[in-house]
Design a protein. Structure first.
Length: 513
């Protein structure tokens, strides 16, 4: 018995739901309710972070704006239902026992070199995702594959070592299909070849990224712009100036204050592109955070409401948990375990003999993370600790995170809202084995295994509640909340859409007027 998903289903969903966005994943242009797209013109996107093509399979802020238009995945998740829709895969069949899947590929897909994409490229890409050196947050799912067999140029079979459930589509919606012949060029950016509606035309590190329309894209109705320029502007004031002057039409990774200021006036709208989970991580191998009571004190010391109001902006929710509020086992009591109580925090720190401890805090020097650090700094000073700022470039921070060298405390930002709790266990650096907090033991591993083994809603709820309780007790990683990733878009642009887990889609974008 097989369950089948095909392009016909997408059309059916659109008919039943009467929602134009229902099939947005297979045709980015269909997402927009904008007027008939205008052909031509150059769009400019301002962002504070540079490209990192060498880690294209990892989720990196500098890649999320441009990469989904150069590279494509096998499926895209419908933003309203979070169900998979066809993209490079035309259909798939999951075995009744959940232990295998057959993938059928779209015809007439070519890489930007003109070479046809085949099942061998899909196999290559999934195997690369499984390579720990690629740092793919969902790579652990690919490592659970027992085999990948190419049946023919447009078909492949994948056998799992364990049923994957929704985690399979978390993987298929995140892993870009790469050109095996030019893969080596990703490391230095000399060859960045995908299958998307725009091709990589140039990169000046630290300055700009240039895309041009791929003339031979398989769907002539996708890709209306002549090109897209991504300007790297690290100064927040300069970025706002670029938007207000009209030099840039889209702003990414702006501070909450700047977003509010721009949206308060005419000429701009907001676009949500995934979401973030800001986190304070504590290294349990470094004093004073080798003491769980000190870690719990930090939980009570943090003023989450102030972080939401001043750093994260509109739409953010305060929670002590990583999971979506719709996750079975997510309860208000667990989500609000650490109420802001500086007196209690100070008492716990005093009792542990940690008053006056110097706490270096590493963070990427981005507007949001800097604003979060400044609030955390004030909170920790108020309870008797001496925080020290360790501001790092994004590349430096990512490298230290990969090497486990972030130090005693660190501000992280995870952009994986929308993934299942079972997937998050290994996709989020804060939670997976080898986490920068240095936390791992038999009890934690058992609770993680229980969640992965859950086969229905009741089992999932029980496992999520037990694991959440344990995470709060151990307090080695402290989420502040969950926040939408808001882009500011000029009214001079229409048709830009976004993936629910993050990433902009320019297939339907055009300039207005």
């Amino acid at each position: 018995m097989w369950s089948k998903k095909s392009l016909a289903t997408c059309a059916l969903v659109a008919t039943i739901a009467l929602a134009p966005a229902a099939c947005s994943s297979s045709d980015p242009a269909a997402d927009s309710a904008s007027p008939t797209p205008v052909r031509g013109g150059q769009l400019v996107v301002a962002q504070p972070v540079d490209a990192q093509p060498g880690v294209i399979l990892a989720i990196r802020a500098g890649n999320l704006t441009w990469a989904p238009s150069v590279f494509e995945t096998l499926v895209l998740m419908d933003p309203s239902t979070l169900t998979p829709e066809p993209l490079l895969a035309s259909s798939w069949e999951v075995a009744a026992d959940g232990m295998s899947v057959r993938l059928h590929l779209q015809p007439d897909v070519t890489f930007h070199t003109g070479r046809p994409m085949t099942a061998e490229d899909v196999k290559f890409s999934l195997e690369k995702a499984a390579d720990p050196e690629m740092a793919a947050q969902v790579g652990f799912i690919a490592r659970s594959f027992e085999s990948i067999t190419v049946v023919d140029e447009a078909t492949l079979d994948i056998v799992f070592t364990t049923p994957l459930g929704s985690s399979l589509f978390d993987l298929l919606s995140q892993v870009y299909i790469l050109d095996a012949e030019t893969f080596a060029g990703l490391a230095d950016g000399s060859q960045i070849i995908g299958t998307g509606p725009y091709e990589f035309a140039g990169w000046t590190p630290g300055s700009s990224i240039t895309l041009t329309r791929y003339a031979d894209y398989r769907d002539a109705d996708v890709g209306h712009l002549d090109g897209i320029e991504f300007e790297v502007i690290t100064d927040p004031t300069a970025m706002v100036s670029a938007l207000r002057s009209g030099r840039a039409q889209i702003g990414a990774n702006l501070s909450a204050t700047d977003i509010s200021s721009l949206l308060a006036g005419p000429g701009y709208t907001s676009l949500t592109s995934g979401g973030g989970i800001p986190v304070l991580g504590l290294n349990v191998t470094v004093p004073p955070f080798d003491n769980p009571e000190v870690r719990q004190a930090i939980g009570y010391a943090i003023d989450r409401e102030r972080i939401l109001d001043q750093a994260l902006g509109d739409g953010a929710i305060s929670t002590d948990l990583f999971w979506s509020p719709s996750t079975p086992g997510y309860t208000p009591e667990l989500a609000n375990h650490f109420t802001y109580d500086s007196d209690k925090a100070k008492q716990l720190i005093d009792a542990a003999g940690a008053t006056g401890a110097v706490v270096p805090i590493s963070y990427p020097a981005l507007p949001t993370q800097t604003a979060v650090y400044e609030i955390v700094q004030n909170n920790l000073e108020a309870v008797g600790l001496e925080p020290q700022s360790v501001a790092l470039s994004v590349a430096e921070f990512d490298q230290k995170q990969t090497n486990g060298e972030l130090g005693a405390a660190f501000v992280l930002g995870h952009g994986q809202v929308g993934l299942s709790a079972a997937t998050m266990l290994d996709s989020l650096p804060s939670l997976r084995e080898g986490n920068p907090s240095g936390f791992w033991n038999d009890e934690y591993e058992r609770l993680r295994d229980d969640l992965r083994a859950a086969r229905d809603e009741a089992e999932t709820a029980s496992a999520v509640e037990a694991l959440s309780t344990y995470l709060l007790e151990q307090a080695f990683t402290l989420p502040f909340g969950q926040t939408p990733n808001i882009m500011v878009v000029s009214d001079a642009v229409s048709g830009v859409t976004a993936r629910p887990t993050g990433g902009l889609l320019f297939g339907g974008a055009s300039l207005v007027g």
